[in-house]
Design a protein around this ligand. Structure first.
Ligand SMILES: [Zn+2]
Length: 413
């Protein structure tokens, strides 16, 4: 029997937080931020015009969420590096795309104002740099360009990736195991869709015309749930015991998992049953009509939400949404303290890391960058002996277990 005291406490709490009784659906709008492409929006002018439209207040607040908040974006910014061919006239270079956004779009509509987020998107190049299959390669063992990119992210942008999206949504067990070492969240799953008949016919047509293509992504065995799963070490598509979390993220104009009312209803239904869900979809900054597609999707979400009055939905950036799904109250920021004792670098963190050690990058006086492994001395203390007379800057980056990320730079010469 429920006591009067308990009932009074419950009613008081409910009166204070009536929203506690509603289910939550967090919505993440992911934008793979890749710069101009000759076959779509082919200049920065065209991309800037489209991006300025979607980041305007009129656009963001045209179809607000349950809290009368507007759209928030998660930019998965990439660097086109280590390619020797450039048939699609991409903008090459470390941080080249990010710097354009920083100077232009992010300067006008600062990320913090709208609580947008910036994360890491990576296309793995082939060892010989040749452009194959649309600039994608599934074999991470043949070169370590991903490490080069992280060295640059830390030193040039003071960012250590907490959230990742795979280029072409191509993932393998090899890649999954590397991610498990360093990065807690991954928004790459297109589960459980298979390559469509339409795509297979397109491939055949391309091959007949001499344009060899290959479908590299496979999420056909991944969960249908609109929430994260922790993958298996044997199969990245199956649920298992890894620490990292993979979230489902559907394409806004894909032949396989195109965002439509079926997907959105599925997400609301999942939220109503589970009390909490995350619905995520992705587009690209160079897509023609990406703005209209985002607008139409937000409009569709608002219209479908009317049928689910027990669910409240909120637009959030990928980190905020992921942390909400983890019921994460661990908002304390991660801090790394770096000191030097003669030639020995000492790094201490104020809490446990997601990785076994922080990522140490060195920029040398010959302008090369290198990832240097450290030795663990205590649970949150690491050291390494360094050739300091050759190093210009040291950068140390890491994430905690709930995706808070930090970087500390130390100028040596
Ligand atoms: Zn991409």
């Amino acid at each position: 029997m429920v006591s009067w005291g308990y009932l009074k406490k419950y009613l008081k709490r409910y009166a204070k937080h009536p929203e506690m009784e509603k289910s939550k659906l967090y919505i993440v709008v992911a934008i793979d931020t890749e710069g101009p492409a000759s076959y779509a929006l082919d200049s920065w002018d065209k991309i800037d015009k489209m991006m300025k439209r979607i980041t305007s207040d009129d656009f963001r607040y045209a179809h607000t969420d349950s809290y009368s908040e507007g759209l928030r974006y998660s930019y998965f910014v990439m660097d086109w590096t280590a390619f020797s061919e450039n048939p699609n006239k991409r903008v090459f270079g470390y941080s080249a795309i990010y710097e354009h956004y920083l100077r232009d779009l992010f300067a006008e509509t600062p990320l913090k104002k709208h609580k947008d987020g910036v994360y890491w998107h990576y296309h793995h190049p082939c060892k010989d740099g040749k452009w194959r299959y649309g600039g994608w390669n599934e074999t991470w063992g043949d070169n370590n360009e991903y490490e080069n990119q992280i060295n640059h992210l830390i030193i040039d942008r003071q960012y250590f990736p907490n959230i990742y999206r795979a280029g072409g949504t191509i993932e393998t067990n090899e890649q999954s195991q590397w991610l498990e070492e360093w990065i807690p969240f991954d928004f790459s799953s297109r589960g459980p869709e298979s390559i469509s008949l339409k795509s297979i016919l397109k491939k055949l047509k391309n091959n007949i015309c001499g344009n060899s293509t290959k479908y590299l992504w496979d999420w056909s065995r991944a969960p249908r749930d609109w929430i994260f799963y922790t993958p298996s070490a044997e199969d990245y598509q199956l649920k298992g015991t890894m620490a990292r979390k993979i979230f489902r993220c559907a394409g806004i104009k894909s032949d396989e998992d195109c965002v439509n009312s079926k997907y959105i209803k599925e997400a609301f239904l999942f939220a109503s049953k589970r009390k909490e869900a995350l619905f995520s979809f992705f587009t690209h900054d160079f897509y023609v009509n990406a703005d209209q597609q985002i607008y139409n999707t937000a409009k569709l979400i608002k219209s479908i939400a009317k049928d689910f009055d027990t669910v409240e939905y909120a637009y959030l950036n990928a980190l905020d949404a992921a942390q909400k799904c983890l019921c994460c109250e661990d908002k304390g920021s991660l801090g790394l303290t770096v000191s030097l004792d003669s030639k020995i670098l000492i790094v201490k963190s104020n809490k446990k890391l997601f990785s076994k050690q922080p990522w140490l990058s060195a920029k040398f006086i010959d302008l090369t960058y290198k990832h240097i492994l450290m030795q663990q001395k205590e649970e949150t203390l690491w050291t390494v002996d360094l050739p300091l007379d050759k190093i210009e800057i040291l950068g140390v980056g890491a994430c905690d277990k709930v995706g808070n990320s930090t970087v500390t730079l130390t100028r040596i010469l």
